[in-house]
Design a protein around this ligand. Structure first.
Ligand code: A3P
Length: 315
């Protein structure tokens, strides 16, 4: 059965086009005026006016990432920081409830905008939106924002596994096919290249802290200390060490409040791939053929040309 996604509002960015396919939650396109189209889930496109008019509070902290860049990791760290390292408080609910996914609307099932409305301040807000689609209230209120980026090849691999197990996505096809979709931005939340560059370009004009997954892997303590500075927060060293321990991959993988094991199998089939999969740098080497690597790098050069942004794909 194939569904058709209707344009529910006449205002920008609501020109919604079908991307593919025949499952109940599929991917549509939100097309901001004069900017490239961005594929998002059907519910987000349908309820876009709710997302666009999201009202921030001045003390909101936005956590922005392209999918599979360490969102859950940085969210857990920030929630631990906000709770001064009190692990029990961070076990009162799953990470999705403690850090709601603002734009994620699955009609009748989930509504990030509504969840956030009910939350007490200070709120941690998660988004995967490219910078040009961020609700304007964030800019108006000059909210602090943390953007976490991860190198493209590891993101592509991680996303491939996520597409297979997280059932709101269309079937990814073979790795070769998925890599093609990734390179052309035909995946949920669009082009990785535009996403990381877009947020990078905005970082000096607003209170945006741009951070890299690879730096976090290399020296998490140092990165957490820098984060604390950005947040104007001071924590004793033993609390920082506690946060480090509880946000480590192995501990988060065992923690039901961060490892997504509480999700129904119909939404995330962890027998296909765990959410906390490998958490390493350089897994792309186990997936890219030499030909894929060469094609990818050539295309990468073109897409990232002129940008001062640079990534490490290995340490
Ligand atoms: P892999 O699939 O490469 O293992 P997101 O939360 O944005 O969806 O990102 C998920 C990716 O971050 C997964 O990558 C996951 O394993 C990794 N990750 C989650 N928690 C982590 C942690 N504490 N340390 C390192 N990587 C982590």
């Amino acid at each position: 059965m194939s569904e058709t996604c209707k344009d529910s509002s006449s205002q920008s960015p609501a020109s919604i086009t079908f991307w593919e396919k025949n499952c109940k939650v599929t991917v549509c396109v939100v097309r901001p005026v004069q900017l490239p189209a961005v594929p998002v889930f059907w519910g987000i496109a349908k309820e876009w006016s709710q997302v666009e008019s999201f009202e921030t509070r001045p003390d909101d902290l936005l956590i922005s990432t392209y999918p599979k860049s360490g969102t859950t990791w940085i969210s857990e760290i920030l929630d631990l920081i906000y709770n001064n390292g009190d692990v029990e408080k961070c076990k009162q609910d799953t990470i999705c409830k403690r850090v709601p996914f603002m734009e994620m609307i699955i009609p009748g099932v989930q509504n990030g905008v509504e969840d956030l409305k009910k939350m007490q301040s200070p709120r941690l807000v998660k988004t995967h939106l490219p910078v040009q689609l961020l609700p304007s209230s964030f800019w108006k209120n000059n909210c602090k924002m943390i953007y976490m980026a991860r190198n493209a090849k590891d993101v592509a691999v991680s996303y491939y596994y996520f597409y297979q197990m997280a059932k709101m996505h269309p079937e990814p096809g073979t790795w070769e096919e998925f890599l093609d979709k990734f390179m052309t931005g035909k995946v949920a939340f669009g082009s990785w290249y535009d996403h990381v560059k877009g947020w990078w370009e905005k970082r000096n004009d607003y209170r945006i802290y741009y951070l890299f997954y690879e730096d976090m892997k290399e020296d998490p303590k140092h990165e957490i200390q820098k984060l604390l500075k950005f947040l104007d927060k001071d924590l004793p060293e033993e609390t920082v060490d506690k946060i480090l321990y509880h946000s480590s991959f192995d501990v988060m993988k065992q923690n039901p409040y961060t490892n997504y094991t509480t999700f129904l199998k119909a939404r995330m089939d962890l027998s296909i791939s765990p959410f906390m999969r490998k958490g390493i740098l350089g897994d792309w080497k186990n997936h890219f053929t030499v030909a894929q690597y060469e094609r990818f790098e050539k295309d990468y050069e073109k897409k990232m040309k002129g940008s001062t942004l640079s990534f490490r794909s290995e340490i």
